[in-house]
Design a protein around this ligand. Sequence first.
Ligand SMILES: [Zn+2]
Length: 170
Amino acid sequence: MAMRDLTVGEQTIRYDADATAAIYRGLGNGWAEDCGCVGCRNFLAQRSEIYPAAFRDLLLQLGIDPNKESEVVADGPMENGLHHYGGWFFFIGEMVSDSECLSIVREAPCFECSFARFGPCPKEFRDRPRLAVQFNAHFRWVLSDSWDSDLWPAAVRPPKVIDGHKSDPA
Ligand SMILES: [Zn+2]
């Protein structure tokens, strides 16, 4: 294994970019394509332009394909009109010195990241020493579908109230 050291903010890790890139080549796509929820579709609609350049460069350096996130979670709208997202990318590596601090990649709209020992780890990484790059970010809502349009499965969606009368669910 060709492990290299890397320090970002107050964290130092050791990583194997070749081993990580080999795993990513074998993955068909990212989490968002498989999930398909409205929050993931909003992410997918802007994924190619959503990451700060410094963050993309970090992923590429680690051997990570930026289009194959391990998981992404949309947490809904905030007071500033943007939507809070969290995400993880796993890679082959180990922690050398840890810190609780998130590194700020961009102030506005917010984009922070850090290395994490734990997270939603895909099976392809589970039998190796691995870490995650996790991010915490504010993204725009670009879909015409509303952010909460799929919170209720159609069968249990509350009936709409029209002119004071409840309509029958179609
Ligand atoms: Zn989703």
